[in-house]
Design a binder for this molecule. Sequence first.
Ligand code: ATP
Length: 306
Amino acid sequence: MTETVSVNAATKSYRKVHALTEFSCSLNEGETVALVGHNGAGKTTLIKLMLGLIRPDLGTVRVLGEDPAAGQFAARRRLGYLPENVSFNMALTGRETLSFYARLKRVSPDAVGPLLERVGLAGAADRRVGTYSKGMRQRLGLAQALLGRPRVLLLDEPTTGLDPALRRSFYEIVAELRADGATVLLSSHALTELEGKADRVVIVNRGTKIADGTIEELRQIAKLPTRIRVSLADCEAGRVDDWIGRTGAWKRVNGHMLEIDAGPGEKIGLLRSAASSDAPVTDLDVVPPTLDELYAHFLGAGEPPR
Ligand code: ATP
């Protein structure tokens, strides 16, 4: 795996606020990484360090082998950025806006039409941005970030304001970029939608990295229980009670469903008994800990966000 971004023990304070403390992480080619954390955790600060908009007080940041805060940051043209709050000149059309950014990035104007098409704005390309909905402006922001086929994309809360269909098409674009070898860093609060989309999750709390791994790795570290839910067969109540008595502390969800939280060592035994021929069970679901639950676990109880 080729490393595209490396942050090594970066510390950044704004007067008395410690936004990041000895933060290290590395991002690789063809990898989609979710950056999650509470409001004020330091996510935007980290992205600004990668963009070279601010310098670390201590530590180093390298993007495509260069220091982004150095005067000559040639790799800037291979970086795409979608800010948390996109703001455009409302008097320009979508096409004029994107053409303006294309000139800034020295990208051929021929790229503008296909990009507007790709983000679903072809039909509104010649309307003023002032008439766009929030979701349309967000898509124009994404088109701007995609100019010049960037190798590293830093997307700060990119799906805010997008409806479910647009979120889906956004993640399709992310999957294409990943397949093309780009590094995509997604900062987000929408944990549920990140499952299955991000290769890796980095959790930040109060400027410090508290977890970094695939969802599966985080599940293994957290050792949270897996929920097993079974649908009951039509049979006399006594048979169900008898089976519960023999197999474990199942809880009734309703008249025809039971569930149990299985610790890592109990899961296989419980699944075997639920699938055995004498079990009064017609169907079974296994629900591993969600990213929401993992996030809450790593954040730890009783630590109020700043
Ligand atoms: P959110 O999810 O709300 O966007 P975040 O994780 O992106 O939050 P940052 O914007 O990186 O958080 O902020 C980290 C901390 O640094 C916060 O306490 C914030 O108030 C502070 N901070 C950020 N920028 C500045 C600044 N320019 N001046 C002073 N403090 C700042």
